[in-house]
Structure formats: C-alpha cells, structure tokens
Write a protein that binds this ligand. Structure first.
Ligand SMILES: NC(=O)c1ccc[n+]([C@@H]2O[C@H](COP(=O)([O-])OP(=O)(O)OC[C@H]3O[C@@H](n4cnc5c(N)ncnc54)[C@H](O)[C@@H]3O)[C@@H](O)[C@H]2O)c1
Ligand SMILES: [Zn+2]
Ligand SMILES: [Zn+2]
Length: 349
C-alpha cells in the first residue's frame, strides 16, 4: 500500500508498505484523508526527534476496516476520526479525565508497518499518511457519516489542539480578550474556539498579511502583521495569549501582552532544547504561563462534540481545507504549506 515515509534524510511516497492485522483492542482503519500539520514537517527538519524509518501523518479520518478481539464501540464500515492519544484507560491520569497526561500515550512508538520485511515506525501512534493504519481502540472515534472525511480529518490534531486549548486549558470565558499569534492550522482553531467561547475581542497576529481574510472568517475581530500593535487594540493587555508558531521571541511577546490575571498558553513547539526568557516581575499580577499538549483533550468526548458543532454550523471545518492533494503530490502539499498558501492542505487516498 501507499504511504509517506521519512527515512531520516528524505521523505518519499512509497507503494510497498504493509500493515499488520489489528490485535486485541486494536482497530484497522482505511484512511480517506489526512491533514498536513506543521508537526509532520518538524519531524523531517529534526525539531521533533523521532526514530526512523517512520510513516508520517497524525491527523486523519477514514473507514474502519477490521477490528481486533474485544472491540465493541466501532464496527467495519463505521466512519472514524483518529486521535493521536494511545492512552491506556486504566491509569490515574486516564481515570481523572486527563488522557493527554497518560504515560502510555506518548514516547512508545510502535512498528505496525513493514517495508521489504523491515519494521517501520508509526508517528504519534497514528501515521495517517498511509492507506491503512492500526490504532488502539480508544483512538478511533466514530463520527456521523454525513461529515465529509476530508473535513473530519482535521479534527484529529488541528481542531482538538486549537479549540481544546481554548475550552479545556485556558477556559476562555464570555467577554474575555484573546490574542492569537500565528494563524496556521492551529491558530485558526484557537480563533474559532475563542469565538465559540464568547470572547469579545479576538486579535490575530500573523506575519503573512494574506492570512487576514481566513483569520477573520474564523473569528478574529482584529488582524495585525506584528505583535507590536497589540497594545493599540488591547490597551490593558489580553486575558489569554496563545502562541501558535513555536518561536521563543513570540513566547516572550505573548507573556508581555498579558493583562492582569492573564495567561499565556504555549502551543507552538520550538526545538527540544530551546529556552525562552521573560521578566519575572511581569508575572507579578497573578499572571501565568501554561503549557498545553494536544488541547488537553479527551478525544472520545471532544471529537463527537466538535462533529456536532460542525453540523450546526458553529465550527468551521470545510473552510480549513484550502486544497486537497492525492498522496502522490505530498511534496506539493509541503511546498504550499511552507509558502503559507493553505490554511490546511489535505492528502487523499
Ligand atoms: N501543543 C500541541 O499539542 C501541538 C499540536 C499540533 C501542532 N503544534 C505546533 O503548533 C505550531 C503551529 O502548527 P501549525 O500546523 O498551525 O503551523 P502552520 O505552519 O500551519 O502555521 C504557522 C503560522 O505562523 C505564522 N508565522 C510564522 N512566523 C511568524 C512570526 N514571526 N510572527 C507571526 N506569525 C508567524 C505563519 O505565517 C503561519 O500562518 C507548530 O509549532 C506545531 O508543531 C502543537
Ligand atoms: Zn499536529
Ligand atoms: Zn493511562
């Protein structure tokens, strides 16, 4: 089968991958569509270290093809969106509703694929850039069949991360002011999360002026091309500032932009050794800095919620998909993403 393979030096669309059958507690999914998130590119450029060879992709949706022993929540033929959380469901973190903190959920890459008889790693317990993948039952979340799979594909990372950061981590309230730095796939979802939460002023900053129209469509009430102008719009600062690029000077800018009791939420992922600095005294008035993994989400609860908000027209998905590409055009999808030509590019199989 076809898939996008990174061997440590280059990425290649190959057609000779194989995936094993689902074991007990696992599900095999035929991927229909998968979004290209910046984190995939971060594996290729080394920002996110990952063992190779690896099948990329971690934001996808498709159709259940086979289920292993003990699976009752989905059946072959069901449409599912995939999460990246291979959480165990049985530890204290899972039990208290924090699957993103489950120690089983990260750092244990499996190898369900082979190529030429040699094992191939799975990225983010997911590898959605393949015709088929095998995931843990908890990662396959059933969605209504009337949602286009190319739109549903984006729920699994961009929407869970961005909207989840607003609703689950920051807990933005009605009337709050929100600053969103970076309006790529993640930032746009923070913008629409802020709109859904009822934020009053929603200021988007992106260095690329071409992002203004889509940022406003997703909820921005103001758009700036630099953080320098934030105080003109929010003279006392922001209640919540989300960094969605992954640059340390923007992390600093997010912290410097906070109002009293404000909080900076860090979503962007700089290199593993990057250090950021801030004026300690600037945090004095009850301000805080929050990390956030994967929107602090609970996928079996959040994905059906977002699917329903989409059907009611309150959450935009179709508008995120600027372009779809057959998987063979992976390089074109990367070029368009890097040039800022797409909100999200989606690969189809
Ligand atoms: N915390 C998490 O769980 C999580 C999940 C997914 C992605 N991420 C990370 O989030 C970040 C964003 O991902 P994405 O897919 O939205 O990326 P993206 O490439 O789609 O978007 C990045 C945006 O930032 C803008 N930008 C770049 N430099 C800028 C600057 N100096 N000032 C203002 N804007 C600037 C770009 O124009 C672009 O619109 C990445 O670091 C990614 O690894 C984190
Ligand atoms: Zn992602
Ligand atoms: Zn667990």
């Amino acid at each position: 089968m076809r898939g996008v393979l990174f061997d440590g030096r280059r990425t290649e669309v190959v057609d000779d991958l194989e995936v094993r059958d689902p074991g007990p507690g696992e599900v095999r999914v035929a991927i229909s569509a998968a979004g290209l998130c910046h984190s995939d590119l971060s594996v290729v450029d080394g920002t996110i270290p990952f063992p190779v060879p690896v099948v990329l992709g971690h934001e996808g949706a498709g159709v259940v093809e086979a289920v292993g022993a003990g699976i009752a929540h989905v059946r072959p033929g069901d449409h599912v969106a995939l999460s990246t959380l291979a959480s165990c469901g049985a530890c204290a973190e899972c039990d208290r509703g924090r699957p993103t903190m489950c120690r089983q959920a990260i750092g244990r890459p499996g190898q369900p694929f082979t190529r030429g008889g040699r094992p191939v790693f799975q990225f983010a317990s997911n590898s959605a850039f393949a015709e088929r993948t095998v995931v843990k039952a908890v990662q396959a979340v059933r969605i209504p069949k009337d949602i286009p799979l190319s739109s549903a594909a984006l729920i699994g990372c961009g929407v869970l991360t961005g909207v989840g950061a607003v609703l689950n981590r920051a807990k933005v309230d009605r009337g709050d002011s929100v600053l969103v730095i970076g309006t790529g796939g993640i930032g746009l979802n923070v913008l629409q999360g802020a709109r859904i939460a009822g934020a009053l002023r929603i200021v988007a900053v992106d260095a690329n002026p071409a992002k203004e129209a889509v940022a406003r469509q997703f909820g921005a009430t103001h758009f700036l091309t630099s953080v320098d102008g934030v105080r003109d719009v929010l003279p006392t600062g922001a209640d919540h500032a989300f960094e969605c690029v992954g640059r340390i000077e923007l992390i600093r800018a997010a912290i410097d932009s906070l109002d009293r009791h404000g909080q900076a939420v860090l979503l962007g992922v700089p290199s593993a050794t990057a250090e950021a600095s801030f004026l300690v005294s600037s945090l004095f008035l009850d301000k805080s800095i929050l990390g956030c993994r994967y929107g602090s989400s609970r996928p079996q609860r959040d994905i059906p919620l977002y699917a329903e908000l989409y059907r009611e027209g309150r959450l935009l998905l179709d508008e995120l998909v600027t372009e779809t590409y057959p998987v063979e055009d992976f390089e074109k999808a990367v070029a368009d993403a890097e040039a800022g030509r797409v909100a999200r590019g989606v690969l189809t199989f």
